[in-house]
Design a protein around this ligand. Structure first.
Ligand SMILES: [Zn+2]
Length: 278
């Protein structure tokens, strides 16, 4: 899955350590990241690639994380060489590009970029937020408001009925392949309750025997996904929520379409059922 980058090691402990010329620059604009495409995959710029036109980036950057020996820094604004081989690439490339560990770095940096961008000012009193030196936190010196990166829990639901798995397609949106039922946890709710509620809301079915499988950070949507399998409880007649879903149907194990991408928890859960491991 997208976070499985072994043998590389991701270290996200926050540190106040300055960049050097070999550190990576993570620069984003809206849904795009600065990178170079090569036959081996994407390459992020290092400080030495950008320093000529951007002397100030060594001071004006935010430490993100370290992978192996390489440090990654967020940079807010840069000037680019007119003929630079680095171009702005849509962050969707992180779903499938190589090398995989750099895609994980890219999407994790993107989540942090959005967080810093969306918390420039205090939501309580409107003053500028200041970066804390010891931890990844923004603080308002005026009113004391503290902000930490936001992570939204959500569930992925593998609803089974004997040899059948319920698969769905989302209404609207860009993702047109088969998926599993899913939804965000509401305030005041346990994740198990989210599973029951989402299945009832989206397809009008009851579930039992809810079992936790695995989790996955999914920075595309500030989410921590938690995968659960559960069994159908009672009748199998689907009442579709057409605002959320284009379709939902039961698939016998043998006819589940092969999933080519293994980046997402959803796909892993589908293939696990198809292969008879659930
Ligand atoms: Zn404030």
């Amino acid at each position: 899955m997208i976070q499985d980058i072994q043998p590389h090691h991701y270290d996200n402990q926050y540190r106040q350590v300055p960049p050097d010329r070999e550190s990576y620059v993570m620069y984003y604009e809206d849904h795009a990241v600065l990178a170079r495409r090569t036959t081996e995959g994407i390459v992020f710029p290092r400080f030495r690639d950008l320093e000529r036109l951007n002397e100030e980036i060594y001071e004006d950057c935010i430490y993100l994380f370290t992978i192996d020996e390489d440090r990654y820094y967020l940079v807010q604004g840069i000037s680019r060489e007119p003929l630079s081989e680095f171009t702005m690439e849509n962050t969707e490339i992180f779903r499938s590009a190589d090398p995989r560990y750099q895609c994980f770095a890219g999407i994790t940096g993107y989540q942090l970029h959005n967080w810093y961008r969306n918390h420039k000012y205090c939501g309580r009193c409107g003053h500028l937020m200041k970066r804390d030196e010891k931890e990844r936190m923004l603080c308002c010196e005026e009113c004391g408001n503290m902000e930490y990166p936001k992570i939204c829990p959500a569930v992925i639901i593998g609803l089974t009925d004997g040899n059948r798995l319920l698969m769905s397609k989302y209404a609207g949106g860009a993702y047109k392949k088969y998926a599993l039922l899913a939804g965000f946890t509401e305030i005041g709710e346990t994740v198990e309750e989210t599973v029951r509620r989402e299945v009832m809301e989206e397809v009008g079915l009851k579930v039992k025997n809810i079992r936790y499988y695995k989790s996955q950070p999914w920075s595309f949507s500030d989410t921590l996904l938690m995968g659960f399998y559960c069994d159908l409880d009672g009748g199998d007649h689907i009442t579709l929520d057409r605002e959320e879903l284009a379709l939902a149907e039961w698939f016998e194990r043998e006819v589940i379409p092969d999933v080519t991408s293994h980046e997402s928890l959803t796909n892993e859960m589908i293939m696990r059922f198809k292969n008879g491991e659930v």
